[in-house]
Design a protein around this ligand. Structure first.
Ligand SMILES: Nc1ncnc2c1ncn2[C@@H]1O[C@H](COP(=O)(O)OP(=O)(O)O)[C@@H](O)[C@H]1O
Ligand SMILES: [Mg+2]
Length: 242
């Protein structure tokens, strides 16, 4: 089943029209990069899909269901999960406690045994090989390690669509490779949409690239076609005449 389907999504902030008639679908296991210049509307689009912003018009469907009435938490429990450009971890808690919060959150409103939660916490930590950090306080971790913990929190939610907004942003180069390696090793059935500025990474990782400019999708295709496109080169890479 189609994981995500956007139809003519628009977002206006007063007179600012920052998302313009955006339509596309994502299927199971797709590896999609969302690129575009600063201010193109990438984060806004992720906010709309994740539910932290209410769009002005159009529809967002996740696995066939209209998401309009659902909060961010409700979407996450259904498997539509995002990570943030800015860390949302509980700094004064250990890694394991953070993963536990995510696991409990997923089961909110349902009865589950402590053993079930323990097992999910263990699995969440193991998925990104952060088990050795389990009992460290988050504020004692390196930035790259924090990102790995955020990713394992996201995976604890058992997502089927994962939205990653610049996961390597603000991380020292040596550590960012560790984060990108983790992004590379995400489960193959998971649909991943990644916002990332490093074009080497985008072109090596993505099987599909969606280019936003001025809030609109100006190109959607395979990396080879995107790289060749003159319009994209002009608006995004700043080549050719303006
Ligand atoms: N809450 C808001 N109120 C008004 N304008 C906003 C708001 N959030 C974003 N914008 C504007 O929307 C445009 C797109 O922003 P954003 O989605 O953050 O772009 P990107 O992530 O591609 O850099 C920008 O012009 C930004 O100033
Ligand atoms: Mg952004």
């Amino acid at each position: 089943m189609t994981r995500l389907k956007l139809d003519s999504v628009n977002m206006r902030f007063g007179p600012l029209h920052v998302t313009r008639d955006v339509s596309f679908s994502l299927e199971a296991g797709e590896r999609v990069a969302l690129i575009g210049p600063n201010g193109a509307g990438k984060t806004t689009l992720v906010n709309i899909i994740a539910g932290s912003l209410r769009h002005s018009s159009g529809t967002v469907r996740f696995e066939g269901e209209d998401m309009a009435a659902l909060t961010t938490s409700e979407r996450a429990r259904k498997g539509l999960v995002r990570t943030f450009q800015i860390s949302r971890l509980f700094l004064g808690m250990t890694v394991e406690e953070n993963v536990r919060v995510a696991a409990l959150h997923r089961h909110q409103g349902r009865k589950v045994s402590r053993d079930t939660i323990d097992a999910e916490v263990g699995a969440g930590l193991a998925k990104l090989q952060v088990g050795h950090l389990a009992h460290k306080m988050v504020d004692s971790l390196a930035l790259g390690e924090r990102r790995l913990v955020e990713l394992s929190l996201a995976l604890t939610m058992e997502p089927r669509l994962l939205l990653l907004d610049e996961p390597a942003a603000g991380i020292p180069h040596g550590e960012s490779r560790m984060v990108l390696k983790a992004v590379n090793e995400l489960p193959s059935d998971l649909t991943v949409m990644l916002i990332e500025h490093d074009m080497d990474l985008v072109f090596s990782w993505a099987r599909r690239i969606i280019v936003l400019s001025g809030g609109a999708v100006v190109m959607d295709g395979q990396p080879e076609a995107i790289a060749r496109d003159e319009h994209v080169q002009r608006i995004y890479f700043g080549r050719g005449d303006a």
